[in-house]
Ligand binder design. Sequence first.
Ligand SMILES: Nc1ncnc2c1ncn2[C@@H]1O[C@H](COP(=O)(O)OP(=O)(O)O)[C@@H](O)[C@H]1O
Ligand SMILES: O=c1ccn([C@@H]2O[C@H](COP(=O)(O)O)[C@@H](O)[C@H]2O)c(=O)[nH]1
Length: 232
Amino acid sequence: MTIPSFVIGIAGGTGAGKTTVSRLVTQNLGDDVTRIPLDNYYEDRSELSFEERQEVNYDHPSAFEWELLRDHLETLLEGQPVEMPQYDFEVHNRKDERTTVEPTDVIVLEGILALHDEAINGMMDLRLYVETDADVRILRRIRRDVLERGRDLEGVIDQYLSTVKPMHERFIEPTKGHADLIIPEGANSVAVNLIEEKLHAEIEGNAMRNWERGSLERELAEKRSPDLDADE
Ligand SMILES: Nc1ncnc2c1ncn2[C@@H]1O[C@H](COP(=O)(O)OP(=O)(O)O)[C@@H](O)[C@H]1O
Ligand SMILES: O=c1ccn([C@@H]2O[C@H](COP(=O)(O)O)[C@@H](O)[C@H]2O)c(=O)[nH]1
């Protein structure tokens, strides 16, 4: 059983480069790391029509199911697997299927409000905030939302001005105050290499701890077995 030893949070505005940073710092770490996109914990909106879902404010903290996320992180930290929801941006709703996530040495939580919740911040060992200028972020978002999330230009602009920008200023930007490190301009290679090295060292250290725990458990079992034999 793997008990995760290192939880890292990566927050920042839309288009800042959170997903890119999280992908780059974990891509060489194989199965020892689990990436949890906060987006998967958007509330289920199946009771609403597509038109109603288009009107939801997805940048307000109330858009997320925090209780479920806390519960899943706690379960993983106890060494147990969870059934993580999946999200479909094109229809603004959760998918029907879930993915089984096994506990791994390192857990990376990534999303606009990854540093918002006090209890979740308390579970993290390293809190990062990716900071990128607003003009760069909106340009990236237009391109991504049109090409990958089924939106049109007018829709992206309306949503940006009505909710994305004001919520960024009110809720997301202030979480920078909870960060241990601020990464400028997203995926800068110096920051990415340093974080990757740190995660690598954590994984090696945790493998050793898990091995020691395993051999201690084997030793105790061996000491107990003569008594068990005697009882039979
Ligand atoms: N440093 C960068 N330079 C150029 N493009 C980038 C950079 N970082 C991210 N992007 C691009 O910007 C878009 C948004 O990046 P992403 O990592 O998804 O941001 P976020 O997860 O913060 O919304 C993606 O299309 C990505 O390829
Ligand atoms: O149904 C939805 C859910 C979210 N959004 C927008 O997505 C971004 C968060 O994703 P990033 O990858 O960090 O950009 C958020 O700003 C929401 O506005 C959405 O449009 N529809």
